[in-house]
Design a protein around this ligand. Sequence first.
Ligand SMILES: Nc1ncnc2c1ncn2[C@@H]1O[C@H](COP(=O)(O)OP(=O)(O)OP(=O)(O)O)[C@@H](O)[C@H]1O
Ligand SMILES: [Mg+2]
Length: 286
Amino acid sequence: MKMTQKATVQDGTDDTAVVDPSRSGLGPVELELAGVNKVYQARRGRVEALSDVNLSIRRGEFISLVGRSGCGKTTLLRILSGLLPPSSGSVTANGQSIWRGSARNDEALQQVGLVFQEANLFPWFNISDNISLPLKLRGVDRKARAARAEELCELVGLRGFEGAYPRELSGGMRQRAAIARALSSRPSILLMDEPFGALDALTRDKMNLELQSIHAATGATVVFVTHSISEAVFLADRVVLLTPRPGRIRSVTPVSLARPRSADTEASVEFQQIVRGLRVELDEES
Ligand SMILES: Nc1ncnc2c1ncn2[C@@H]1O[C@H](COP(=O)(O)OP(=O)(O)OP(=O)(O)O)[C@@H](O)[C@H]1O
Ligand SMILES: [Mg+2]
């Protein structure tokens, strides 16, 4: 594994190694991947999707995950979110294994929220009910659900739209509702798979600023998959670059740009240098 700038990687095999993320004030290790491999048994044969992925992520840290199409980013997120068992290796959230063999540990997964590229809202539920659906499934009463939905609408900038239906919202607003839904049961870990990939550039910039605020307000640990290098750098404490299939960690790049970040950040020489460095690495992979 190559490390760019100052080494900040804990490889998961050395418990005494200290992670030194770019942002101070981060908590203990929250999410840990050790020797994670994934092989799909497809009809056309074996597909080795991930190979020996090791990474320790600190509480409150924002990790961007980038790499060529098909390098295993979604596979990794699915393993972290309990949707897909790894073929081998371990994944722990606050010391609890997410997988015990191919059995999912639902207790450990209570700490995890997930956002996909598509908002996947239920068209027949209003925004408040969509956002609070995970709470309903956990038996939370109607009044408490509505109160939490209102709080979350405030957080993601949807105040006043609690009673609206998904069809009445723009794409960006629907994604905000999906983020609010993922946050409804106060997960400490938020996993996001190209959540803004379907949005236009202007809306995407706005969503990046809002995500930054949400991250600051909730203190959540975030793993964010994107195809956009500049988006990855703008949001991250560290950018993890995967190699093409099988996905291995090629490099981990710390981003120590001051927060909160803004359009000025993107104009800075430091930002552009980091982006350029990652683009060169990605080109070397093709
Ligand atoms: N269910 C499956 N069965 C067999 N192979 C699969 C399956 N899901 C994914 N793959 C293969 O595993 C590899 C990694 O896929 P994955 O979806 O994780 O990539 P990705 O990095 O998310 O790509 P993209 O950037 O295009 O979203 C690909 O080669 C893909 O074809
Ligand atoms: Mg994907």
